[in-house]
Design a protein around this ligand. Structure first.
Ligand code: GLP
Length: 234
């Protein structure tokens, strides 16, 4: 699989340095104007590396993958809050976009988000993966043709992600998410996965068979994927 390059590292910090190298090179070569960003614990060391560097994102437009429905940007459980806390308050971007989970008309919000994406094609999309193989909030079974849409989260995702919910707030079971096709339109994909909990998903990716039951495997159809993981997968 020449389209998928694997880098195996020994720690999340080392993985974050590998992501940094790519971002730095693309910025230097003037090839990074629109960057797709992700949330989750995996991205914390990645963003730490960026905020303690000289990387300059002031000419870069950012798009985030997803957001919960019904919680606003000032709620610590929202992805908008996560991004502000871990990156945007420390590194200025030209523009930042995150789907608005408080929008009155969610379908319209998704349509407009997809239009924005089409107007600003992603040069790079950074991705994590859920334990069940979801990318963004594209759960198992999601159509590969999907664009930005309203997604219902699976019990497995609700279980895993509710651990991060603060203030006893109930996790919403609905989210807005870029679709699998929106993601795969990016020029380059960087998939980052750390820890044993991601082994099943990463084994599916390595196995090389594309199946809707494991949304991560759709990456195999992209022509430029970089995988950075601390898992040794044979
Ligand atoms: C959420 C996000 C995904 C992310 C996943 C992994 O479900 N919607 O985009 O990849 O969490 O999170 P973590 O990095 O905390 O394992």
């Amino acid at each position: 699989m020449e389209n998928v390059k694997w880098i195996t590292v020994t720690s999340p910090e080392e993985g974050a340095k590998e992501v940094y190298k790519v971002i730095e090179e693309e910025l230097q070569n003037n090839r990074l104007h629109v960057l797709g960003l992700a949330t989750g614990s995996t991205m914390i060391p990645v963003y730490q590396e960026w905020i303690h560097s000289n990387l300059d994102f002031s000419e870069v437009t950012a798009f985030n993958l997803d957001e919960y429905v019904g919680i606003g940007a000032d709620n610590p459980n929202s992805y908008a809050y996560f991004m502000k806390q871990h990156l945007f308050s420390k590194k200025p971007f030209k523009e930042t976009h995150i789907p608005n989970g408080m929008a009155e008309d969610l379908d319209k919000e998704c349509e407009e988000y997809e239009q924005q994406l089409n107007a600003h094609p992603l040069d790079i999309q950074l991705l994590g993966v859920g334990e069940n193989g979801h990318i963004a909030f594209n759960e198992p079974g999601t159509s590969f043709d999907s664009v930005t849409h309203v997604a219902t989260l699976t019990d497995s995702t609700l279980d895993v992600n509710s651990q991060y919910f603060e203030n006893d707030e109930k996790i919403p079971n609905i989210a807005l998410t870029m679709g699998i096709s929106s993601i795969n339109k990016a020029g380059k994909l960087i998939m980052v996965a750390f820890g044993e909990k991601k082994r099943a998903a990463m084994e599916k990716l390595k196995a090389g068979e594309v199946t809707a039951e494991w949304p991560i495997t759709k990456l195999l159809l992209h022509n430029d994927v970089l995988v950075i993981t601390d898992l040794q997968i044979d």
